[in-house]
Design a protein around this ligand. Structure first.
Ligand code: BG6
Length: 481
């Protein structure tokens, strides 16, 4: 069956920066089906060749030394453009006709990729449905890929799900969270479920707590217009960090397939202990980097948090009493995403020289990016020094072991959408459960002054109060680039 990928929002930034370079890379690796056609749809009036020419320049820029003119020439033959307006039903009817001609009347599988501004997602889905392009009754293969953000709170996410479900069945819907496309996040499944040694200790008996940090060195730059209405919880925690939490904490699924995997993931979110405003005042830290208010487009009295740390509890047998700390911020010391599994101290320390604090207990660090790898910290006897010990580590590094570069998340996700594998996409109940965790935090922050919005110096690890907050719990952030 031939494949057609229609990109709505074709003249946008995501298309040129991520989607087309990813599709081009799939072509270069001979993974893009020969009979796949990519069709851009947006209001700008381009001919096929004008769009191809623009994309060539941006792909060259973003693919760097992986850009090969001869591969591009072959790829460009699979690229087409159709101008249209999301608000105009006639344009969708015309698109349907164009796609039919392009597919030569064959029953092609189609992926509709919504990369427009988020406010158009619902409308685009409705137009597809009304123009008879959704094919929800089966008989043809149609999928819709929806970019993040999926709603701005629980109510809007539910409303969007309702609109989507009026035209597409859930199995046709692929909600993107590009963190799931990262190799190291997929490796978490492998680490946990393709090895026997971790599972017996992956629980409350051996683990003291888990830290999930997504630090970014960049500040909001020119994105303040969007960012100020989102803030760190909507931009990062509701999606990327909660995805990392789910994959870290989930039970083994019965099979590695879309629904068994997502069933287990969503159970984690449903087990997250609900928080009262009082809990939120105690269990969250919010802050804004110094200088944020001067960024272009930020209102002078903005209280948008660019940093947050949130302590969550998971009420199930595996995780009762094990806090999960989620932390993310812009304008931090460096770009790093890491999951730190902090084990407990030995129940009895034989050696008087041995470590006394949790800081020196075993620690497994999953480096999601950019230095992809895994480290295990453990105590070792210092040679020729009595029983003095020191923490050392076993260090696995992707680059050293596999060479080459790690592919962009979008390559994997686009290929999965083309092939109809939804395992690495969020299901309706998953996004709603994620908003169910974030809404009370956002509402409490908006309605009360507790916790206070703190300030932090760019280039560090967030506000000093956050370090103290952790110390008051007899724990310590693992701050390492
Ligand atoms: C996006 C956020 O979803 O993820 C951005 O909107 C953030 O604010 C980005 O910078 C981080 O992605 P990555 O892959 O660079 O960690």
């Amino acid at each position: 069956m031939p494949h057609t990928i229609v990109i709505f929002g074709a003249s946008g930034d995501l298309t040129s920066r991520k989607l087309i370079p990813a599709l081009y890379n799939l072509k270069r690796k001979k993974r893009l089906p020969e009979d796949a056609r990519i069709v851009g749809f947006s209001r700008t009036a381009f001919s096929h060749d004008e769009w191809r020419k623009d994309l060539r320049a941006t792909t060259q820029e973003f693919a760097g030394d992986k850009f090969k003119p001869e591969v591009w020439d072959e790829f460009a033959k699979q690229v087409f453009y159709h101008a249209g307006d999301i608000g105009d039903q006639a344009d969708f009817v015309a698109l349907g006709k164009f796609l039919g001609e392009l597919e030569g009347g064959q029953n092609a599988s189609r992926v509709y990729y919504l990369s427009t501004a988020p406010r158009f997602y619902g409308q685009a889905v409705e137009q597809l449905g009304k123009a008879g392009l959704a094919c929800e009754d089966g008989g043809c293969d149609r999928r819709v890929v929806i970019e993040k953000p999926f709603g701005i709170d629980l109510a809007s996410a539910k409303a969007l799900n309702n609109t989507v479900h009026a035209h597409f069945k859930e199995h046709q819907v692929y909600r993107i969270d590009h963190y799931l496309g990262k190799e190291t996040v997929q490796n978490l499944f492998v680490l946990r479920f393709a090895n026997a040694i971790f599972e017996p200790i992956w629980n409350r008996q051996y683990i003291d707590h888990v830290q999930i940090t997504v630090a970014e060195e960049v500040n909001v730059g020119s994105r303040a217009g969007y960012y100020d209405s989102a803030g760190v919880v909507r931009d990062m925690i509701q999606n990327h960090l909660l995805q990392l939490l789910m994959v870290t904490a989930m039970e083994p699924p019965a099979r590695y397939a879309a629904d068994p995997v997502r069933d287990e993931k969503v159970k984690v979110l449903l087990a997250v202990r609900p928080k009262t405003p009082k809990d939120i005042a105690r269990d969250t830290v919010r802050a804004q980097y110094d200088g944020y208010l001067k960024a272009e487009g930020v209102p002078e009295n903005s209280k948008t948090a660019t940093f947050a740390a949130i302590k969550l509890g998971i009420d199930n047998w595996r995780w009762q009493g094990v806090p999960f700390y989620l932390r993310s911020g812009k304008a931090m010391s460096c770009r790093t995403t890491q999951i730190v599994i902090q084990f407990r101290q030995p129940p009895h320390m034989l050696f008087k020289e041995g470590p006394k604090t949790i800081r020196d207990a075993n620690r497994l660090i999953i480096q999601v990016q950019p230095a992809e790898g895994i480290q295990m910290h453990f105590q070792t006897k210092v040679p020729d020094a009595g029983m003095t010990m020191r923490q050392t580590d076993l260090d696995f590094n992707y680059q050293k072991n596999f060479g080459g570069s790690i592919p962009e998340a979008y390559e994997r996700l686009l290929l999965d959408a083309i092939e109809g594998d939804a395992s690495l996409f969020a299901r309706a109940d998953e996004v709603e459960a994620a908003w169910g965790i974030c809404d009370p935090i956002l509402n409490t922050w908006a309605a009360t002054d507790q916790p206070k919005l703190l300030t932090y110096e760019p280039g560090g690890w967030g506000p000093v109060e956050c370090t103290e907050w952790m110390a008051a719990q007899r724990r310590e952030w693992f701050d390492a680039c």
